[in-house]
Design a protein. Structure first.
Length: 477
């Protein structure tokens, strides 16, 4: 993102430009909040706000931008608050007069709770809170990706606990991000790719790895392995399929290495049985690597099971302490048709046939980073309170909506905080999050689960990625 060209003057919805004229006379303060109103998952994994604060809210408004916006709106058809924005550009030195509070990134919190609050700090430009909604609410995207990724991690971890000797040692590389080419923009790949890495450590989305590294202070957030694609196999020709595989062994197979090779270009089962399992078998074993066979077509559960059965016959297997088969020298990665339902079906099918979840990894593309939207977790940012003055008297006004046509879209009222009322005993914290209403003078409550992250143009929190990861750790992972 070229931040020299960015301005949040233009990063809003057209209709918001004229909203400053629509609030009650004497309004001096506005408070809004962001929450998930439910959806596909019962809880959210909060992540991504730090990226938006660093990338966008570090910007300073300039007089030049204000003049450009004035000219644009004069033709576009919206009334523009030139005076207010000039006040921000000149008097406030371009800094936004808002306080943003949020739960720490990495927090897992039930839906229907406040995740972020935004409150104005200057009565002259209280409306800036609403202006920022368009940009700030985009945090729904990394939260939703992180939440989905964590939900899948729980599915895989459960299968590992049932069938593997070392679930904790395996889980971090069981779901690999294949999503970069399937998203709508490079920035989506960046933010979504970073969100996935909160839960796992495998990714082919380089810009996602860089995003986590650069915005969350970690030298390296994700890892990959040498792997083939269909063109690097089929360019050898069908008659030379074995030679293409042999080249993968020659180029990448070293003791302790993991190498992945797509093997369904022509006949997957023949490739497993005759090429990998006979012609190249001793070369694979002699190399000391783990060769990961990638099916890439057909019904995932059916194809993966048959692949495992052929490889077990050809490469042999051990029986682990849980009584499940673990392939020798080879593994499988399924990257086609992957979502939380197909992952569950593949794992169930393998375990029912006596194969450990240790044998399988997953690559997930569009299902991880693209096949979701703001309604997946029903995200919204709503104004819940204003202060206004009349005849020298200040009034505290709770603001909410409750549509008779859809009560699920009702919003909370008042200045809000999210608190942790859990029992912190000898066995570690048991979190019990609840969103509560504040008194007029309160910023937060003593048992608040939120923190100030941004105040009047300045970033107050700069989390490390490992800290974010540690906050959502699953038991046994």
């Amino acid at each position: 993102m070229n931040t020299n060209r960015y301005s949040y003057l233009f990063d809003t919805d057209s209709y918001k430009v004229g909203h400053y004229l629509q609030y009650p006379p004497g309004t001096t303060s506005m408070f809004s909040y962001i929450e998930s109103r439910g959806g596909d998952y019962p809880e959210t994994l909060f992540f991504g706000l730090q990226y938006y604060l660093k990338e966008y809210l570090s910007h300073r408004v300039t007089v030049k931008e204000v003049k450009k916006m004035k000219a644009l709106m004069a033709i576009h058809g919206e009334p523009f608050n030139e005076e207010g924005w000039m006040y921000i550009a000149k008097k406030l030195k371009g800094k936004l007069p808002v306080r943003i509070r949020a739960v720490p990134e990495g927090t897992v919190i039930p839906c229907h709770n406040m995740l972020v609050s935004i409150e104005s700090t200057d009565p002259k430009v209280f409306w800036i809170v609403s202006w920022l909604e368009t940009m700030l609410l985009r945090v729904w995207y990394p939260i939703t990706v992180a939440t989905r990724s964590r939900f899948i991690k729980k599915i895989i971890l459960e299968a590992l606990k049932l069938s593997a000797d070392d679930p904790k040692g395996e889980i971090n590389f069981k779901l690999h991000d294949f999503g970069s080419r399937g998203v709508s923009s490079q920035e989506s790949a960046m933010i979504g790719g970073a969100a996935h890495l909160i839960n796992f450590m495998g990714s082919d989305t380089i810009v996602g790895v860089l995003c986590a590294n650069d915005y969350y202070n970690i030298p390296m957030s994700g890892f990959s392995i040498p792997a083939s694609e269909h063109s690097s196999i089929t360019s050898w020709g069908k008659k030379n399929e074995a030679a293409a595989y042999r080249n993968m062994i020659k180029q990448f197979a070293k003791p302790g290495n993991v190498v992945a090779c797509v093997s369904d270009s022509y006949d997957l089962f023949n490739a497993c049985a005759k090429l990998w399992g006979e012609e190249l078998k001793e070369e694979v074993i002699g190399s000391g690597c783990t060769m990961v066979i990638r099916p890439d077509s057909g019904d995932p559960a059916t194809v993966v099971l048959k692949t495992a059965q052929i490889l077990a016959e050809k490469f042999d297997y051990t029986i682990n302490s849980k009584g499940y088969k673990v392939l020798k020298h080879v593994r499988i990665i399924q990257g086609d048709g992957i979502n939380e339902n197909s992952i569950q079906k593949i794992l169930d099918t393998l375990l029912e046939a006596g194969f450990s979840a240790s044998n399988i990894g997953f690559g997930m593309g569009g299902g991880l980073l693209q096949q979701l939207d703001r309604d997946t977790l029903k995200f919204a940012m709503k104004c819940s309170h204003i202060f206004r003055t009349e005849n020298g008297e200040t009034f505290s006004v709770d603001v909410f909506k409750d549509p008779v046509t859809d009560h699920s879209k009702s919003s909370k009222a008042g200045r809000l905080d999210v608190v942790d009322e859990g029992d912190f005993g000898n066995h570690g914290p048991e979190h019990l999050y609840r969103t509560v209403k504040l008194d007029d003078a309160q910023i937060c409550l003593p048992n608040t689960a939120a923190q100030d992250v941004y105040l009047n143009g300045d970033l107050l929190v700069d989390d490390k990625f490992e800290t974010v990861r540690s906050r959502n750790a699953l038991e046994g992972a």
